[in-house]
Design a binder for this molecule. Structure first.
Ligand SMILES: Nc1ncnc2c1ncn2[C@@H]1O[C@H](COP(=O)(O)OP(=O)(O)OP(=O)(O)O)[C@@H](O)[C@H]1O
Length: 259
């Protein structure tokens, strides 16, 4: 198992945002995490990537205990995440944004950079080449010199995927990759995610768009009120009474029952 989560919990004051969650993410697959608004999906991602420290439980990645590890360390371990609303550096170009993802794999140190040593120059060239490869992979190479803030949402999402891929992850956490995109763009993101998996990268995604989830996921994990209420294949989840109840009971029109 690539990622093993046991009894994971996060409290905000008196609220259990995530409670006693067990999760196994098999290598080379797509695991989707779904659930009504406020179910704890984003909090779970933040716990896995180290943005939040769990109140209880453990996270094991490739057999190593990474519970409570900070994001700069989890990314070195091989976990990258994208955000629901993209967090690019607005004043930087697309290429510089993707290069920022390379920093974690840089072999040269601060002194190399200050003295512009051959090692630093070699490292810089290799990083740039890798960043461009990732931009080509996501179909955004032509945008390399544009300011990230000036791009439409869909392009920003592609760039943030390139940035995450540039860190050379073994596990990619995608937080609502299809949010705010039209049907055609959603389908294109689905294809891109398949290509990512074909590269041997394991994908875990949070997504409200059920068409994408049902098409892509090998395994679906359903959260409700911070707890895992079901795990299974898309076919199993669609007909699970607990899941149907959670969605029908959800006071939202965005969550979209997995029909
Ligand atoms: N930083 C925080 N401080 C306090 N409460 C929080 C915080 N982050 C999340 N919560 C609460 O924890 C619960 C789970 O929120 P979370 O954002 O993880 O849900 P979600 O499933 O990702 O929802 P959505 O689908 O709307 O993005 C909610 O009740 C939310 O209000």
């Amino acid at each position: 198992m690539l990622l093993e989560v046991r009894g994971l919990g996060k409290k905000f004051g008196g609220l259990d945002a995530v409670k006693g969650v067990d999760l196994d993410v098999p290598e080379g697959q797509v695991t989707a995490i779904i659930g009504p608004n406020g179910a704890g999906k984003s909090t779970l991602f933040n716990l896995l990537a180290g943005f939040y420290r769990p109140t209880s439980g453990t996270v094991t990645f490739e057999g190593k205990d990474i519970t409570g590890m900070k994001p700069h360390r989890t990314v070195r371990e091989g976990i990258a995440r994208t955000f629901q609303t993209t967090k690019l550096f607005d004043d930087a170009t697309v290429l510089d944004n993707v290069l920022a993802g390379r920093v974690v794999r840089s072999k040269s140190n601060a002194l190399d950079a200050v003295f512009h040593t051959p090692r630093h120059r070699r490292d810089e060239r290799a990083s740039k080449a890798r960043a461009m490869e990732e931009l080509e992979f996501v179909g955004a190479a032509h945008l390399r010199d544009r300011l990230a803030s000036k791009l439409p949402q869909e392009a920003q999402k592609r760039v943030s995927m390139a940035q995450a891929l540039a860190t050379e992850p073994r596990l990619l956490l995608l937080d609502e990759p299809a949010a705010g995109t039209n049907d055609e763009e959603t389908e294109a993101f689905g294809l891109l995610i398949r290509q990512i998996v074909a590269r041997g990268i394991t994908v875990c995604l949070v997504e409200h768009k059920m068409s994408m989830v049902m098409n892509l996921a090998d395994q679906i994990v359903v959260l409700d009120h911070g707890q895992r209420i079901a795990t299974g294949t898309p076919a199993q989840i669609k007909s699970d009474p607990l899941v149907i109840e959670a969605y029908l009971g959800a006071n939202t029109d965005q969550a979209g029952a997995p029909a």
